[in-house]
Design a protein around this ligand. Structure first.
Ligand code: 16G
Length: 168
């Protein structure tokens, strides 16, 4: 229920009313032609992704129920995908078979920044994570994005937690 967080937006926008000509919806197969991959390249290295690869990965995600919630914002005037973020739900045994949410690949097209759309995507994914029984939600981000996520209620865990990785 988005109404509980609507007051955090000024001017007022919401998931059903994200702004003029904009719509928030799940990723669809046709978004390959709507610039989804180009959008992701504003976040990080994307490499070459063919339409065939996109379709295969999309179908793989769809085949795992209640796990990948890839959310996009489309500009209806151009048909382009101009923002996106993913909620990935990890199904656990701990905490009474609860789930853990991860927010991934949040990106708003540079031309659409300053319209609270990143905040809208992340807030929507946080609400969704509660809906789907996540006991916590985590993300990792670059230093310069910390204030943004802190404003939305995320806290860096200072004790007994180290984000570790191995890159290939
Ligand atoms: C950021 C993203 C992460 C993405 C990574 C890509 C958020 C909250 N975090 O950390 O999801 O996968 O960038 O960077 O959107 P990389 O190519 O260096 O792994």
């Amino acid at each position: 229920d988005f109404s509980s967080v609507e007051s955090k937006f000024n001017p007022k926008i919401s998931v059903v009313n994200p702004g003029p000509h904009l719509v928030v919806r799940p990723l669809s197969l046709s978004d390959f032609d709507a610039g989804y991959i180009e959008l992701l390249s504003q976040l990080t290295e994307v490499g070459v992704v063919t339409q065939e690869q996109f379709i295969e990965r999309f179908n793989e995600m769809k085949a795992v129920p209640k796990t990948y919630y890839v959310t996009v914002i489309e500009d209806k005037t151009t048909g382009e995908v101009i923002g996106s973020g993913t909620l990935l739900v990890e199904h656990k045994f701990i905490h009474g078979c609860a789930n853990r949410g991860r927010i991934e690949d949040v990106v708003i097209s540079d031309k659409y920044r300053g319209k609270q759309l990143g905040k809208l995507i992340v807030t929507t994914l946080v609400l969704l994570s509660k809906e789907v029984n996540c006991y916590k939600i985590t993300l990792d981000c670059r230093d310069e994005m910390r204030p943004f996520y802190e404003c939305l209620g995320f806290r860096k865990e200072e004790t007994n937690s180290n984000f570790m990785q191995m890159r290939f």
